[in-house]
Design a protein around this ligand. Structure first.
Ligand SMILES: *Cc1c(COP(=O)(O)O)cnc(C)c1O
Length: 385
């Protein structure tokens, strides 16, 4: 017997009270009851997104919000600057190209952070840039990017700053209005403690001016339609309102804990996981780890699948490997959303027992000890970056 622990950077674990909401009889989506749910979640989403603007709910995976962000802000032939530093950042470029948008990229080595100075330089070279596309937490490399600093740079230009916060929102500090993020996207299955199926998007005044400047070539993802319905706490088409009901419970949990405390918990879990991994003699992949996950390099002579399969089959801990060009090179442990300090300790315990059984030179308990010391303040967080 083993308990399943879904320690992946999306989908992530869902609390029981949220799951139980999904077992209730389906109500009608235009009923007063359904509307009241949207009234409540609209407030909660503003808190999570740290914005006074409406947060629109889309029935889609996170990529749907990315597509909505692109097709509504940049007209075909318009210029988009993509801050390409990983698998998901590259998706910005792929979507934009699919819609005939002129893509310019700033390439950053995977695992490194985007340099705001390079963004400034690119915007000087490309003053006709309509929008800059970045990533809060690059899930493929486990990297947190300096969104506040990039936002400051973009704010000085006519371009808008669009951020993929799909695995970042709810896990790491992100102050949409204060930092000047113009469009922020998120998905339900990462740090928001829900199954997949909902995407979220909020837009600043500067962002809406871009959207109002042309007629978007999307019907389903037309944000003008979503905006007018959001004003009435409604959606243009049938939403996945059973998930929205579950979202209400997830947001009540976040409100109870407090947004700042949610971020602090993720910072602690991230620092503990990093310390644990390093104490085992493993190397972190990212120069600046994002708070929602920890990525480490697969040690020489081992296969990522050996490690991950054993962790899953023997201990019930599910992790993921690398994507794209780093497939097979890293293991990623997710600790976002409904994850606590002891989940991280469990994952590390499973990891060290797995490595020991596979014959890696490791002393079981070392990683757990280091993580515990971080959690109880007896050890400084790992010095990375
Ligand atoms: C998961 C993820 C996506 C893709 O989201 P889907 O829900 O799979 O469409 C995009 N960007 C980041 C940073 C992610 O973590």
């Amino acid at each position: 017997m083993r308990k399943p622990r879904l320690m992946t950077p999306g989908p992530a674990m869902v609390p029981e009270d949220v799951l139980l909401e999904l077992a209730r009889p389906v109500i009608h989506h235009r009923s007063d009851e359904a509307k009241q749910v949207i009234v409540e979640v609209s407030e909660g989403l503003k808190e999570v997104f740290q914005t006074q603007n409406d947060v629109m709910i889309l029935t889609a995976s996170g990529t749907g919000a990315m597509e909505a962000a692109i097709v509504n802000t940049v007209p075909p032939g318009g210029k988009a600057l993509v801050l390409n530093a990983g698998h998901f950042a590259a998706r910005w470029g792929s979507i934009a190209k699919a819609f005939g948008i002129n893509v310019v990229t700033i390439d950053t080595e995977w695992g490194q952070t985007v340099d705001p100075e390079k963004v400034a330089e690119a915007l000087r070279q490309h003053p006709d840039t309509v929008a800059v596309f970045g990533t809060l937490s690059e899930t493929s490399t486990g990297t947190g990017h300096p969104i506040e600093a990039v936002a400051k740079v973009v704010a000085q230009t006519p371009a808008i700053f669009v951020v993929d916060g799909i695995s970042g929102v709810g896990a790491m500090e992100c102050r949409t209005d204060e930092w000047g993020i113009d469009v922020l996207c998120a998905g339900s299955q990462k740090a928001l403690m829900l199954p997949p199926g909902l995407a979220f998007i909020t837009v600043s005044t500067k962002g809406w001016a871009k959207i109002d400047a042309f007629e978007s070539h999307s019907y389903y993802f037309n944000l003008k339609a979503a905006r007018s319905k959001a004003k009435e706490f409604d959606t243009p088409y049938t939403p996945a309102h059973t998930l929205i009901l579950a979202l209400r419970t997830a947001l009540r949990r976040i409100r109870e804990e407090g947004m700042e405390n949610v971020w602090k918990r993720h910072t602690r879990m991230s620092e503990a996981c990093q310390a644990g991994v390093q104490a085992l003699g493993l190397e972190l992949f990212s120069a600046k780890p994002a708070e929602g996950l920890t990525a480490f390099r697969v040690p020489e002579g081992f296969k990522d699948s050996q490690i991950r399969n054993k962790m899953a089959e023997r201990f019930g801990v599910t992790t993921v490997g690398g994507q794209g060009k780093i497939k097979g090179k890293i293991v990623r442990i997710g600790h976002m959303g409904y994850t606590d300090e002891l989940d991280v300790i469990s994952a590390l315990a499973a990891l060290e027992m797995t490595l020991a059984e596979l014959g890696f030179d490791v002393e079981p308990g070392k990683g757990v000890t280091a993580a515990q010391q971080v959690l109880i303040g007896q050890r400084a967080a790992a010095n990375v970056g």
